[in-house]
Design a protein around this ligand. Structure first.
Ligand code: ZN
Length: 445
């Protein structure tokens, strides 16, 4: 993507989108008379620390410690409100009032995203920080947060309980320190990240703000040992096979959709995928049939394909189509009563996440690196499938970060979270956010 230079409005301290040098240099300028007299003498570490040393920012960072109990409470409370993709309403309602109590002007868009706005010195440019509301767990999953020592257990506690708690923690820290950003910051709790949500919440946010959007920071999960800067492309497909159906005894010999699906699936899972570029497939769901003594009239299969190279996804999609066609053909050829009914089948895309990559020289990555340095963290760059896929695929700077602490067992009923180290994660996210949003010269009222 092309990097655009943005100059601050008159009188404002400029935190431009040029380079790390400019961000760090400008950040230190609050107390300095002119840029040129300062810039050449800055050492590398003083650049990284400069934003963290600004009094307002320090105040905001210090507030995390005192709020740790509150943050953990919100995490547990929100996690216990069921929020499967497409049914995030109740959790959204709770986040909405929490963001409003942190001084943000909050609204909900048509598809249910909650957006809390912190008006900057200019609202011509915005920075979006987002955490997804939804979970992979069906509405009837029992969600009760259980504690064992330092560890808390609950489905969704880390993914994305940590991200949502982090979003609230950042809003509260900025509010308490009365920080007014240069660019408007949008705190969003978005719908539809998981599974068949297909990133619909983030797609809608990008649609609404695209023209003004300078950077997107996604808070997802806990760990801060990595940062997602590369978007893993994926495609999800559904195969549906239908037939006449009948009685297991009296109609034996008519083609059976489940048999066809199994025949096709066995062919498909024998398809070779390369280790590099890393390419994966998963048959994640099979449905069909009505009873053990009925020949089913329908069978369904859902498959997830991912690859570091989108060409491999296309190849695997073609392989799935050919294998399923062959499975249906095999079943027809082997049915004694094939004259009594034919199998039909369809394959359709139920999800598609585009790939993309944050440029190595982007201001956002520089901000993250400086934040890592300031908090003494090291993180590796990773490729993953997150809400950041959408902005990255459109050339908008975006990263996905863990919001601190550690977690495991994501997408399982044994999911857990430990808060040790949460503060470091929050400081890292705050410094990254403020570096790209910039600080207005005055505090907020
Ligand atoms: Zn997540």
């Amino acid at each position: 993507m092309a990097l655009v230079r943005h100059s601050g409005t008159a009188g404002a301290v400029e935190l431009s989108f040029g380079t790390v040098k400019r961000i760090a240099v400008c950040a230190i300028l609050f107390a300095m008379p002119t840029r040129s007299s300062v810039a050449p003498t800055l050492s590398k570490s003083s650049r990284a620390d400069s934003l963290a040393e600004e009094p307002r920012v320090r105040e905001a960072m210090d507030s995390f410690k005192k709020n740790l109990g509150w943050i953990a409470e919100q995490q547990a409370r929100l996690t216990e409100i069921p929020a499967p993709s497409f049914h995030e309403e109740k959790r959204a309602e709770a986040v909405k009032s929490l963001l409003a109590s942190e001084g943000l002007s909050v609204h909900q868009d048509q598809i249910g995203n909650v957006i809390g706005e912190l008006r900057g010195a200019t609202d011509k440019e915005v920075v979006l920080i987002a955490a997804h509301l939804d979970t992979v767990f069906p509405a009837d999953t029992e969600i009760r947060v259980k504690r064992e020592g330092e560890r808390v257990f609950a489905p969704g506690i880390s993914d994305n309980g940590t991200g949502l708690a982090g979003l609230l923690a950042l809003a509260r820290a900025i509010h308490e320190a009365r920080i007014k950003p240069q660019r408007t910051i949008l705190f969003a709790a978005n719908v539809g990240e998981e599974g068949e949500g297909n990133l619909r919440g983030m797609r809608a946010l990008i649609d609404s703000y695209r023209v003004k959007l300078r950077a997107v920071i996604v808070l997802d999960g806990s760990s801060i040992d990595h940062v997602t800067t590369k978007a893993l492309a994926s495609r999800r497909l559904e195969v549906v096979i239908t037939g006449p159906g009948g009685h297991s005894w009296s109609d034996f010999g008519i083609p059976n959709p489940i048999n066809a699906l199994v025949r096709g699936s066995v062919r498909f899972i024998n398809t070779k995928v390369p280790a590099a570029p890393r390419t994966t497939f998963n048959i994640g769901q099979i449905e069909g049939g009505t009873s053990v003594n009925s020949i089913p009239y329908e069978a369904k299969l859902k498959v997830d394909l991912r690859s570091e190279n989108e060409d491999e996804i296309v190849r695997m999609e073609n392989a799935l189509r050919e294998c399923m066609a062959a499975g249906v053909r095999d079943e027809m050829d082997n049915s004694r009563e094939r004259g009594r009914g034919k199998l039909e089948w369809t394959m359709q895309v139920i999800g598609s996440r585009p790939g993309g990559e944050l440029p190595a020289d982007s201001a956002l990555l520089a901000a993250l690196r400086a934040a890592d340095e300031a908090v003494g963290n090291k993180s590796r760059l990773e490729r993953s499938s997150t809400d950041a896929n959408i902005p990255l695929s459109m050339g908008i700077d975006a990263i996905a970060l863990g919001a601190g602490g550690s977690g495991g067992g994501a997408h399982s009923l044994q999911e857990w979270y430990e808060p040790a180290g949460r503060e470091v994660g929050l400081k890292r996210a705050l410094l990254t956010l403020l570096a790209v949003a910039g600080l207005a010269p005055e505090r907020s009222k």
